[in-house]
Design a protein around this ligand. Structure first.
Ligand code: NAP
Length: 285
C-alpha cells in the first residue's frame, strides 16, 4: 500500500492516478488525521507496512510563493521541519519516502544541457532566495539523510484542467507575463513517473521529474492564443530584468533542468511540447 500525505494540487493527482491503476493506497489529509504530529505519524506508519509514503504536504502561497514572505514561520514549519519529522518517522519504521520537491533552484540552461541533480543549486539560504525556495532546498538535505528516499523535483505544473495552480491557467490570468524560458512538468506525467519510480524500485536519490525540454513563455502564449482564442488573445510581456526590479519580492528561478537521470532509469515521461499540445487540445474549464 502507498500512503500519500496532503490532498492538495499534487497530492490529489497522486490519488487520481493510484485509483486509475487500481493500486492499494491511502491519502491522508490533516482534516482527518494530523500527520504533522510525530506520534500520530509513527502510529500510522507502524499500523501498516507501506511500500512508500509520498510527501505532498507543503506551504505554498498563491498566486506566487513570494507570499510565503508574509508567513515565514509556517513556511519553515511545513516545508522544512515537517520533512525532518517525517524522515525520523520513516527511519524509525523502515518506510521508503518519496518527497516532492521543487526544481526552482537554478538560473539559466547550463549551456543548453540543462541543470542536473549533481549541480549545486543557485538559489538557497547559502546564497540569496525567498523563504519558500530556501525551505525546499534545505529540506532536500534533510530528506537525503534517509537512505530509503527519492526526492522528486516538480516544476511549474500544468495539465488540461483549468486550476489556479496550473501554469496554463496562470498565464491566461496574469496581466503581464515575464518573457522567460523554463522547464515545466505535466502534473499527470509527473505523478505517473514518481509512481513508476516506486514500482520499478529505481535507485534512491534526487531526480528532476520534469517534462523533457523547455518552453519560452512568449512562444507558449502564442500557442495558447492560437489554440484557445483563435488567435484573438494578446498577451503583454515584461523583460525579466524589469520584472525583477518592479514585480518580484524574492529572487526568481528561470531554469532548464535535465531529465536525463530519470529517463536513464527506464521511467518514461512525455516531452514538454507534446504534453502542452495535448493539454491545450483537451483544455477543460
Ligand atoms: N504547485 C506548484 O506550482 C508547485 C511547483 C513546484 C513544486 N511544488 C511542490 O509540490 C508539492 C505539493 O504542492 P501543491 O501544489 O500540491 O500544494 P497545495 O495544493 O498547497 O497542497 C499542499 C498540501 O499540504 C498540506 N499541508 C500540511 N500542512 C499545511 C499547512 N500548515 N498549511 C497548508 N497546507 C498544509 C495540505 O494538505 P491537507 O490539508 O490535505 O493535509 C495542502 O493541501 C510541494 O512540495 C510543493 O513545494 C508545487
Amino acid at each position: 500500500m502507498i500512503l500519500v500525505l496532503g490532498r492538495g494540487y499534487i497530492g490529489a493527482a497522486f490519488a487520481t492516478e493510484l485509483k486509475a491503476r487500481g493500486s492499494d493506497y491511502k491519502i491522508c489529509s490533516r482534516e482527518v488525521l494530523d500527520y504533522t504530529q510525530f506520534s500520530l505519524l509513527v502510529d500510522l506508519l507502524k499500523g501498516k507496512k507501506f511500500q512508500a509514503v509520498i510527501n505532498c504536504a507543503a506551504f505554498v502561497t498563491q498566486p506566487s510563493v513570494d507570499g510565503c514572505e508574509d508567513y515565514r514561520s509556517e513556511t519553515l514549519l511545513v516545508n522544512l521541519v515537517f520533512p525532518s519529522v517525517l524522515v525520523n518517522a520513516c527511519q524509525l519504521t523502515g518506510t521508503p519516502l518519496l518527497h516532492v520537491s521543487t526544481g526552482c533552484l537554478y538560473n539559466g540552461d547550463n549551456n543548453g544541457a540543462g541543470f542536473r541533480e549533481i549541480d549545486t543549486p543557485h538559489l538557497s539560504f547559502n546564497t540569496k532566495c525567498g523563504t519558500y525556495v530556501g525551505s525546499k532546498e534545505l529540506a532536500e538535505h534533510v530528506v537525503r539523510r534517509h537512505e530509503l528516499s527519492w526526492i522528486c523535483r516538480v516544476r511549474l505544473p500544468f495539465d488540461e484542467f483549468d486550476h489556479e495552480r496550473n501554469l496554463l491557467s496562470k498565464l491566461q490570468r496574469y496581466s503581464t507575463i515575464c518573457d522567460e524560458t523554463q522547464s515545466l512538468a505535466h502534473r499527470g506525467d509527473f505523478v505517473k513517473a514518481c509512481l513508476d519510480m516506486i514500482a520499478m524500485q529505481v535507485p534512491f536519490g534526487t531526480y528532476n521529474c520534469t517534462s523533457p525540454g523547455a518552453v519560452n513563455y512568449a512562444e507558449l502564449c502564442g500557442k495558447l492564443s492560437r489554440v484557445l482564442y483563435k488567435g484573438k488573445r494578446e498577451f503583454k510581456f515584461i523583460h525579466p530584468d524589469e520584472f525583477d526590479k518592479t514585480m518580484a519580492r524574492t529572487p526568481k528561478s528561470r531554469c532548464v533542468l535535465s531529465a536525463e537521470k530519470l529517463l536513464s532509469t527506464g521511467v518514461k515521461i512525455r516531452p514538454v511540447d507534446e504534453a502542452i499540445d495535448h493539454s491545450l487540445n483537451n483544455w477543460t474549464t
